[in-house]
Design a protein around this ligand. Sequence first.
Ligand SMILES: *Cc1c(COP(=O)(O)O)cnc(C)c1O
Length: 375
Amino acid sequence: MMIPFNRPYLSGKEKEYLTKSIELGKTSGNGYFTRKCHTFFKQHYGFNHCFLTTSCTDALEMASILIDCGPDDEIIVPSYTFTSTANPFVMRGAKVVFADSSANHPNVDAKQLKKLITPKTKAIVVVHYAGMSCDMDAIMHLADQHGLYVIEDAAQAIDSFFKGRPLGGIGHLGAFSFHETKNIISGEGGMLVVNDERFKQRAEVIWEKGTNRAAFFRGEVDKYNWVDIGSSFLPSEITAAFLFAQLENLTSIQDKRKKIWQQYYKTLLPLSRQGYFNFVEPESYATCNGHLFALVCRSLAERDRLLTYLKQHGIYAVFHYQSLHQSPFYRGKHDGRGLPNADRFSDCLIRLPLFFELTDNEYNYITEMIGEFYD
Ligand SMILES: *Cc1c(COP(=O)(O)O)cnc(C)c1O
């Protein structure tokens, strides 16, 4: 028996909608299915200004352009995250100031952010790791006090909430991913959510390669022009059609993933109580969207032994995120501060297989093998 780390889930409607998008005769972006996806997000989460993109990375690049990020700016970014959280700001010449994780959660430690703020700070980028919210009250309050933008990297955070508010809808801007490894997928894909009205009009222009084409099609201008910078951020209708088939099944996908997450938690709780590992679990103000289930082992050596043991038994668990401040690309540019919590999650965290089609048999086998390892 071989259990993969991820098995992309298909709702069954994808092919039908792909065919429909082709039959509609418009496969470029911002058509029928793109609008259907935007409407879905508006109805479900109150996201008034959505822009499907080709990836979350692209959505964050749009955010970077929108805040006029440049060489004079400093952007506070967690170190324990994927490169895409930082790249869009570095690409525009900004200095990235890395923030450490909390001691008990990979999310950024909101209490440690204040001392990273300088007169050059322009924005704080937060990642809701595992789809579990950061302390958004503290972060929004701090940003308010210092006149900073907050950008939510909500790549993992679809259908998850902070005190009842949907993640991605709290900061000035929010970015989602529909990459094949996320809960809702379109192969590659993403979305920018504009929460601050000031960005709405310009976001549309940047999305349309720097033109006012959208305003032209609405009849607001009599010809369309190059009016700003922009890029090819729009996904094709083919991508949007695939995505819509997934969105229609969001509730069942989420229910299943959350159920698996709870099952892991319950079954592994005794081992956790014995001190073998800790869980990555949501704070009281946050929900869990079943994006990923992670254990934090006691040491790097033990984590690697567990990974190897599981692999020998046909289970593909993985670790991830080498702290960005230690990366070959950025360590020379980092200011030298140690970020011990981020490093500890790099060394000790392990993600277990979690996907829609994980069967009870597979699941039972995984937890049994973990128990056997600690025996
Ligand atoms: C997956 C992920 C991204 C990148 O998403 P893409 O859609 O592949 O660009 C960025 N940030 C985080 C935290 C992610 O998990």
